[in-house]
Design a protein around this ligand. Structure first.
Ligand SMILES: Nc1nc2c(ncn2[C@@H]2O[C@H](COP(=O)(O)OP(=O)(O)O)[C@@H](O)[C@H]2O)c(=O)[nH]1
Ligand SMILES: [Mg+2]
Length: 283
């Protein structure tokens, strides 16, 4: 399995983020709450240097609440403030300004002591494609500014958006690339929709997903596909699901392609409930 990415593209993305860094007080690093590790840019620390940051675990509605709590604690242990949010429904967004003010308190107190007039906090969102950057910008702006879509790479223009009285947000997010070297990371990015399926083998994706459900959420897997036991062999599981759901070819043979599509679609559309694909203890 190979995933392509172009070094020139990465360098350009990095340059753009670096240029905008000096315009802002704080970075909002948006990650997918279901894969907070895999959806981070591997060079984020190097790129943003010592700029204050707030990590936002977006799509928290789709992640396992208990695991999200573990991730919040994980970041806190490393001295990084983080919040769980749902940009689509607008949940947890009020906390963003409150947390930012707290993170920047010293800096603003220092400015105040120097006699600088109080001003709004300037912020910028960064994150990999499809993590919800445009959705969050629109929610915070309370209107439709940024294009959103399920296709990776939809976004464009630049100005400041007022978020209440206390914050100003750059209307263009910084787009970063995900980690591509690691195959497992690639699979998780594909399952959650951050990268296109066509880049990956759907069967590999499905086998990985089924094994994951078997290991972490066995009861949900059994319930969904009416299993009394979980077979050791992935092929047996494909056969079972295929017959149960009528994913068949001529002659009554199970159509593995259809099974794979069905399983991935069900995982993405919340049929197994909220899922977290990684825990801090995995690393
Ligand atoms: N369930 C859920 N979906 C979200 C959330 N935020 C964004 N999305 C969806 O994720 C997809 C990508 O969002 P978009 O804002 O275009 O991502 P961008 O590429 O980072 O700008 C869209 O289909 C959004 O509706 C969220 O908090 N929860
Ligand atoms: Mg966008």
């Amino acid at each position: 399995m190979t995933i392509q990415w172009f070094p020139g593209h990465m360098a350009k993305a990095r340059r753009e983020v670096t240029e905008k860094l000096k315009l802002v007080d704080i970075i909002f690093e948006l990650v997918d709450a279901r894969i907070p590790f895999s959806s981070r840019n591997p060079m984020i620390d190097e790129i943003i240097q010592h700029k204050p940051r707030l990590v936002l675990l977006n799509k928290a509605d789709m992640a396992d609440k208990e695991t999200t709590k573990e991730w919040l604690a994980f970041f806190a242990d490393r001295g990084i403030q983080s919040l769980a949010i749902n940009s689509q429904a607008g949940e947890g967004l009020k906390q963003i300004t409150i947390a930012s003010r707290e993170i920047l308190k010293e800096k603003f107190d220092r400015l105040k002591a120097k006699g600088v007039k109080p001003r709004a906090i300037r912020a910028m969102i960064v994150g990999i494609p499809n993590v919800g950057k445009s959705t969050l910008i629109n929610r915070l702006a309370k209107r439709n500014i940024a294009k959103t879509g399920n296709t990776p790479g939809v976004t464009k223009s630049q100005a400041w958006i007022k978020v209440g009285k206390e914050m100003e947000l750059l209307d263009t997010p910084g787009i970063l690339w995900p980690k591509f070297e690691d195959q497992e990371v690639g699979i998780k990015l594909a399952i959650t929709g951050a990268i296109k399926d066509t880049l990956l083998n759907l069967h590999d994706l499905t086998i990985y997903s089924l094994k994951f459900l078997e290991r972490v959420y066995p009861e949900r897997l059994k319930d969904r596909y009416k299993l009394t036991e979980l077979p050791d062999d992935a092929a047996l599981l494909f056969d079972h699901i295929g017959r149960l759901r009528g994913c068949l070819m001529g002659g009554g043979m199970v159509d593995y392609d259809k099974v794979a599509e069905l399983v991935i679609r069900e995982i993405r559309s919340d049929k197994f409930g909220p899922l977290s694909f990684e825990k801090p203890s995995d690393f």
